[in-house]
Design a binder for this molecule. Structure first.
Ligand SMILES: Nc1nc2c(c(=O)[nH]1)N[C@H]1C(S)=C(S)[C@@H](COP(=O)(O)O)O[C@H]1N2
Ligand SMILES: [Mo]
Length: 351
């Protein structure tokens, strides 16, 4: 892992750990935390479901597993700060970690659909948003407060949003939200609240700092504040290069370039282009079909690498025919979110 901070623990997956793998091992799955990782006694833990519901629920993990049918979903999590480093190179972003392309990983999640739990509680008139609260207190929030967030009801009842206790066929590890976390496939990682304690159905989005102030796209010369900018939801189309990884010289000649591409929500990636001349000419990579509507797709292309320095460039296209913006400067924003500009990697070829 490439550790950005030890407390709170923030670490990204190195390129080689993501390359060529559909799912990411828990040992290298990126870890994004805004406060200390809480240790929760699973036997004493209860999930509370309240707000605009007919029947508020209090459920142990056993009751949750007994009352509702389990579902498995392969889903990619991607932090909105993934690839922030590229924005920092344009203009500094003080106080935010310089994430590379490894603030994203994919797992097979096991849990129950949030939709089924909400149906059991019964939705009342006026229900528009579903808020999640956790016990980990973030000193980075203003004022300091436990982590939380929300998603609109339409997404919450879609069936793909899971209350998950399993990851890659094993119990959810502590760092990734045990005993129970939300997994919101296709949406920024921030909405997949870990160590879930309470689900509140309400008329408005969560007033939590991480919904109302952070994880919003703020215009370049504005200052982040409550309600400023656009709340981030579905993940923007993005890609990066994983192999070669740029850490060591490679031999010149035929070289397989591989990477990931991911389109959030219900979009899929339909094409990936690779350029050796900074985007003047492009060649299409071979692209894997989506294994799940919610997981990234890997791609590969064998290029003829000349001796010396080459900048490999990649860009993806999605099922709406949208593609990635060329420059990080064009998408720079004060909190450093959603850098989905063309992927660029410097490689040195020495015989
Ligand atoms: N309770 C809680 N949930 C949280 C966070 C957090 O700090 N506390 N971080 C969020 C963010 S910003 C991301 S990107 C994902 C990361 O999940 P992971 O650490 O399992 O990769 O968790 C989300 N859920
Ligand atoms: Mo995140």
């Amino acid at each position: 892992m490439l550790v950005h901070e030890w407390e709170p623990f923030n670490a990204e997956s190195p390129r080689h750990a993501l390359a060529g793998r559909l799912t990411t091992g828990v040992e290298s799955f990126y870890s994004r935390n805004h406060g200390p990782i809480p240790h929760i006694d699973p036997d004493a833990w209860r999930l509370r479901v309240d707000g605009l519901v007919d029947r508020p629920l209090t459920l142990s993990l056993g009751e949750l597993r007994e009352r509702f049918a389990a579902r498995e979903i392969m889903a990619t999590l991607q932090c909105a700060g993934n690839r922030r480093q590229g924005l920092i190179e344009v203009r500094d972003i003080p106080g935010e970690d310089p994430w590379g392309p490894g603030a994203t990983s994919t797992a097979l999640w096991t849990g129950v659909p949030l939709a089924d739990v909400l149906a059991a509680a019964g939705l009342r008139a006026g229900a528009e948003h579903v808020a999640f609260s956790a016990p980990d207190v973030s000193l980075l929030a203003d004022p300091p407060q436990p982590y939380g967030g929300s998603i609109p009801l339409t997404k919450a009842i879609s069936g793909e949003v899971l209350l998950a206790w399993g990851m890659n066929g094993r119990p959810l590890p502590q760092a990734h939200g045990a005993p129970l976390r939300v997994v919101v496939p296709g949406w920024i990682g921030a909405r997949s609240v870990k160590w879930l304690r309470e689900i509140t159905v309400q008329a408005e989005p969560s007033a939590n700092y991480f919904q109302a102030t952070a994880y919003r796209l703020v215009p370049p010369e504005a200052q982040a504040g409550p309600g400023v900018g656009v709340s981030l939801g579905p993940v923007a189309l993005n890609c990066d290069i994983l192999r070669p990884d740029g850490t060591a010289p490679v031999p010149p000649g035929p070289t397989e370039v591989t990477g990931y591409a991911y389109a959030g929500d219900d979009r899929s990636v339909v094409r990936v282009d690779v350029s050796l001349d900074g985007g003047r000419t492009w060649e299409q990579a071979e692209l894997d079909a989506p294994v799940s509507p919610w997981s990234w797709q890997h791609w590969r292309l064998t290029v003829d690498l000349p001796p010396g320095e080459t900048v490999l460039t990649a860009r993806a296209w999605d099922s709406t025919a949208a593609t990635q913006p060329e420059s990080p400067a064009s998408v720079w924003n004060p909190k450093g979110y959603v850098n989905n500009s063309w992927a660029r990697l410097h490689v040195t070829a020495t015989p």
